[in-house]
Ligand binder design. Structure first.
Ligand code: B12
Length: 425
């Protein structure tokens, strides 16, 4: 038997930054990649969000997935395993975006999606005949992919199920890494396979880690019909177009959709146009939010501060808007130019990247570029003001009394966020 250690990495800094988070957001990458591993390999998974990595483990190969803010931490981990003669293979968003950097810290890297080469790589590794770099030039089909290996998730009660139905997004917004990672090619699993995996979680609450559930609305509707009989509750991410399709919303609600994360990003149309997300029509926002809520689906707004058109007024104006529309939840982010994105290239060409210390690319505590109409400090303060105000008792009361959709769970969630936010101050 060969021994494979898979690590879902999160640096101590990003764990501290995200400490306030109250939800159980497990990533599926490693339990999913484990499902492709040949039977003569024994697989262990460590998710650093909950368990520290024991670098003295006796294994034959280590595979690590990570986001940009954890890159330096992962390179340190790699040194420790490689010092002991254990080869390290790296993959995930940062490797795909910065392959040459990652290659310097690993024996093998996977650029892009791994379905095409991963199993073959392991077989070649057994024979000592593997390559140093595997790239997926054509995004793989996901028609017949296996279910993630449940016993490798860090929560073994499966009260919360995590899976994906589709991968990729049709849009190419300047700040988003998906267009680079998945080449804007949307792939879909078979509806029956997704429904079977959905049903296989004993718990009631499910998150679809899809990039945009509204990419192919006909596919989504077929999926909603297929999962409805299991009477679970689910949430996912979707572009605002989800709110323009009554059948989509009706079927989503009937199948147990309780919340949609909608990437509103900004209440400024000029900002949306600036980053090639002009398909978000700001004047439609209030109507679309109310429409989604009218089906009993709560809205979690994804908001980004720091676009070139943003002035200091953006913070209070955004909060006025969110309160007036009764948005149930919001995730605020400081605009962060992840390497490899068009946004990064533009800001770099304009000499506005302030640091290449990837550990600061957390979108929550550090401003890594020079904003156009304010100082980095003002942007950070504005972001903090938005969180403070949104999760204050007065705002919670205003928002939830405006739209009482899902009050029984929106209220506890808001209180939990409020307590977590204040305990972090
Ligand atoms: C789940 C998720 C999370 C979860 C869990 C993350 C964790 N480690 O705890 C939470 C909510 C906590 C989270 C947090 C963050 N996230 Co996140 N997240 C996702 C999401 C929605 C799904 C990831 C997933 O499961 N994908 C499904 C799997 C199957 O796909 P995959 O990971 O791409 O893996 C494939 C290949 O990349 C490859 N591969 C990946 N890793 C490896 C490793 C090896 C060894 C091999 C061989 C292959 C391989 O094989 C897989 C099959 O093809 C993605 C979007 C996305 N589509 O990936 C964003 C995404 C990865 N996150 C992103 C961001 C920005 C963040 C945050 C920085 C946000 C923030 N400001 O706090 C933090 C950073 C957290 C951290 N720990 O570092 C960005 C990535 C940016 C970047 N450059 O790293 C993404 C792409 C979203 C986006 N639209 O831009 N995230």
């Amino acid at each position: 038997m060969y021994r494979l250690l898979l690590i879902t990495s999160s640096s101590p800094e990003i764990r501290r930054v995200r400490r306030a988070r109250v939800l159980n957001f497990q990533q599926i990458t490693m339990p999913y990649l484990a499902a492709f591993v040949p039977g003569n390999w024994e697989v262990t998974h460590i998710d650093e969000a909950v368990t520290p990595v024991d670098v003295s483990l006796k294994v034959d190969l280590v595979g690590i997935t990570f986001h940009t803010p954890s890159a330096f931490h992962v390179y340190d981990l790699a040194i420790q395993f490689r010092k002991r003669g254990i080869p390290v293979v790296l993959g995930g968003p940062h490797v795909t975006l910065m392959p040459d950097e990652a290659q310097q810290h690993a024996d093998v890297i996977f650029v892009g999606e791994a379905e095409t080469h991963w199993t073959q790589f392991l077989k070649d590794f057994e024979k000592g005949r593997h390559n140093r770099r595997y790239s997926s030039n054509t995004p793989p089909t996901l028609e017949n992919v296996p279910m993630a290996r449940k016993e490798l998730f860090h929560r073994h009660d499966y009260t919360a199920g995590r899976l994906f139905a589709t991968r990729g997004c049709v849009y190419g917004c300047d700040f988003c890494t998906l267009a680079v990672m998945y080449q804007r090619k949307v792939r879909k699993r078979r509806v029956e396979a997704v429904a079977a995996e959905y049903a296989s979680f004993p718990g009631k609450v499910i998150i679809f880690w899809d990039d945009n559930m509204a990419n192919d609305r006909e596919y989504a509707k077929a999926l909603f019909r297929a999962i409805e009989p299991y009477r679970k509750w689910w949430s996912s991410q979707a572009s605002i177009q989800a709110g323009e399709d009554a059948d989509f919303l009706e079927l989503a609600a009937r199948s147990g959709c309780k919340q949609l994360f909608i990437g509103l990003e900004s209440i400024s149309q000029a900002s949306m146009n600036e980053v090639h997300k002009g398909f978000n029509r700001v004047e439609e926002y209030a109507r679309v939010i109310q429409r989604i809520q009218s089906y009993g689906i709560a809205v979690q707004a994804g908001i980004v501060f720091g676009f070139d058109n943003d002035t200091e007024a953006v913070f209070s104006e955004t909060l006025d808007f969110l309160e007036a529309t009764g948005v149930q939840n919001a995730t605020f982010n400081i605009l962060t130019p992840y390497p490899g994105t068009r946004l990064y290239q533009r800001l770099e060409a304009e000499g506005r990247i302030l640091t290449r210390d990837w550990s600061k690319y957390n979108g929550r505590e550090d401003v890594v570029f020079q904003p156009q109409h304010m100082s980095p400090e003002t942007l950070l303060e504005g972001y903090q003001y938005a969180n403070r105000r949104f999760y204050s008792p007065a705002s919670i009361f205003r928002r939830l009394s405006h739209s009482s959709v899902g009050l029984w769970w929106a209220l506890p969630l808001n209180i939990a966020y409020m307590l977590a936010f204040w305990s972090n101050q």
